[in-house]
Design a protein around this ligand. Structure first.
Ligand code: NAD
Ligand code: DAU
Length: 337
């Protein structure tokens, strides 16, 4: 089996490559990644994957990378909600370009290459805000941020290739993921790295938003199982079963690091902030998926990783790009808190 992993130098993609190499040692893995701010060659350290630097929107390089591949796992995306909300066409436009147009380019190439499976890695955010109960795969798509809308658009493009051209598309909708190699713009690594440096921890609004947390290797496992055992044309929720208030996750991180709660600052909320996501993932459980990691020990392992791997995150956080982003996103918020 030869697989193409797009976005494999990102957070979940690189964890997926590691999982595949341990679960399927005879599989050949090709990674294509543009190495945006979020993609890093070093995320693939200690893996055997063949690496192609390239954009999924480029049909020539995509066709070359896909040659001889049996399956495509599409992780490549602009993935951060806050960046999709910044009033900058270059930023918000990149979400539509990669998360929608990029999916079209991949589907066209996959159709020509006659791949056996095309796995579109999507998100629980496509369901929108979930006040009560749990999202099931047949629920309507009601995305509420430009990021979530671009992911829903990508899903629909892939679905249309399944219906119109018989491309064997399987979609996964994963919940909030955490673990090693996550870019320190997302809640858990941002809070952990700020706390290590005794910096302020900016919680949006009241911090009573809820997310269902899943460890990266469990999310990767769900995607692998969906790809191998799922039915073309179907979507599969991949949840962790760990619903937590944001505030409680931050308290847990502080406790693990032995830092005081006084580092917490409640800042201006995210625009259109979804209060809750929650997944019913019975459908993928029926394929044999069950999370292997419990939340508390996986969170501890993750926080320890950030304590130990300062060689990984300090160059990112000290870089001009990250400091610009951080100032734009947090300076006024923290000044007003
Ligand atoms: P990430 O931002 O860490 O990684 C994205 C990767 O895609 C990076 O390596 C980046 O360089 C690459 N990339 C971006 N644009 C590209 C392009 N045009 N061509 C080629 N490569 C490109 O994201 P992540 O958190 O690892 O998310 C991976 C996938 O999982 C995304 O599709 C995301 O929507 C989905 N997802 C993420 C989560 C989460 O909590 N992080 C949850 C559910 C679903
Ligand atoms: O639900 C799946 C999604 O989870 C994925 O599709 C996205 O790619 C991924 O980024 C993630 O989106 P969220 O917006 O939920 O993740 P984030 O880590 O940005 O925020 C998690 C929660 O924490 C959310 O309610 C916003 C809040 N938050 C986040 C940051 C960065 C804060 O309160 N303060 C912060 O500084």
């Amino acid at each position: 089996m030869k697989i193409l992993v797009t976005g494999g130098a990102g957070f979940i993609g690189s964890n997926f490559v590691r999982l595949v190499e341990s679960e399927k040692p005879d599989w050949q893995v090709v990674v294509i990644d543009k190495l945006t701010y979020a993609g890093r060659r070093e995320n693939l350290e200690n893996t055997r994957a063949q690496f192609v630097e390239g954009d999924i929107c480029d049909p020539i390089i995509v066709a070359q990378a896909m040659e001889g591949c049996d399956m495509v796992f599409n992780f490549a995306a602009e993935s951060h909600v806050d960046r999709s909300l910044m009033g900058d066409p270059n930023l918000a436009g990149a979400f539509v370009q990669t998360d929608v147009y990029g999916v079209y380019v991949l589907c066209e190439a996959a159709k020509r290459a006659q791949v056996q499976r095309f796995i579109q890695v999507s998100t629980d955010e496509v369901y929108g805000d979930v006040h009560d109960g749990y999202s099931v795969e047949s629920d309507p798509l009601e995305p509420r941020s430009p990021y979530a809308a671009s992911k829903a658009g990508g899903e629909l493009i892939a679905r249309s290739y399944g219906i119109s051209h018989g491309l064997p598309v399987i979609t996964t909708r994963g919940s909030n993921t955490f673990g090693p190699y996550q870019f320190p713009e997302k809640l858990i690594p941002l809070m952990a790295t700020n706390a290590i440096d005794d910096g302020a921890l900016p919680i949006y609004g009241d911090g009573l938003q809820r997310r269902d947390w899943i460890y990266a290797l469990d999310h990767a496992l769900g995607i692998l199982i969906a790809g191998e055992k799922g039915n073309p044309g179907e979507a599969y929720n991949v949840g962790g079963g760990n619903e937590r208030f944001n505030k409680d996750v931050v308290f847990d991180i502080l406790r693990l690091l032995g830092k005081p709660d006084s580092l917490i600052r409640h800042v201006e909320d995210r625009a259109g902030h979804d209060r809750r996501y929650a997944l019913n993932f019975d459908k993928i459980k029926a394929l044999g998926y069950a999370p292997r990691f419990d939340f508390e020990s996986a969170l501890e392992a993750t926080v320890r990783w950030y304590q130990e791997r300062q060689d990984w995150w300090r160059p990112i956080r000290d870089g001009e790009d990250y400091r610009d982003y951080y100032n734009r996103q947090y300076s006024a918020r923290l000044a007003g808190s």
